[in-house]
Design a protein around this ligand. Sequence first.
Ligand SMILES: Nc1ncnc2c1ncn2[C@@H]1O[C@H](COP(=O)(O)OP(=O)(O)OP(=O)(O)O)[C@@H](O)[C@H]1O
Ligand SMILES: [Mg+2]
Length: 234
Amino acid sequence: MASTQTVIRTQGVVKELPLGNTTVHALRGVDMEIFAGEIVGIIGPSGSGKSTLLGLIGGLDTPTRGTIEIDGVDISHMNEDRLTEIRNEKIGFIFQFFNLIPTLTALENVALPIQFARKPQFNPDKRAKELLTMLGLGDRLRHRPSELSGGQQQRVAIARALANNPPLLLADEPTGNLDTESGAMVMQALRDIREKSGTTVVIVTHDAAIAQQTDRVLTLVDGTLVHGVVPVVQ
Ligand SMILES: Nc1ncnc2c1ncn2[C@@H]1O[C@H](COP(=O)(O)OP(=O)(O)OP(=O)(O)O)[C@@H](O)[C@H]1O
Ligand SMILES: [Mg+2]
């Protein structure tokens, strides 16, 4: 469960992106803190900077200004090699579009990142089977993505993100194209993982019902975190 150990701390995070001869102010100074074992939702209107913030936390990009600490280590000025190391060691990503490998079965898709881990902690097939079973897909191990429903594919993508037991899971609209029931199943799976492994989870979502199932919600409007309830415009 949530503790007081800080996993993510951002201070004054600004992201400016050049666009033609103008500059887009995607983030305008974000200060936030997320603790170990929390499930935190990030909501806000389209274009408010949610994916940009998640990408920076995950070391997929670096900020224009400000600092981002993961487990007390400042990643904001790291080079690509170090960022890759941090990502491999600590972070699981779930994106809206699953990016599963179409020619591989569910089991093989999940086992793959374990086979690629520098120091594998698990037997790939055994771990993949365990995770898929936990996510309700024990009877779909040999199915390829095209033989699975959208919700099932999303759960395979979650299992893959969890394959190497990352302490931090970052999800961008993980239920974006799922029906309510599949979305609830995904959220339940994330809570189970948190209970079992103490995983910290950050979820970007447009969906108020999903946000309600998190421990805490952060709201971004126009690149700034705001307090209080703000209507989310789709
Ligand atoms: N590569 C880029 N170059 C220029 N501007 C960009 C780039 N990527 C994002 N932006 C702009 O930065 C702002 C924040 O984008 P971001 O993708 O973080 O929004 P979001 O909150 O995730 O939106 P959505 O809910 O639609 O996914 C937007 O105004 C967007 O147009
Ligand atoms: Mg986005």
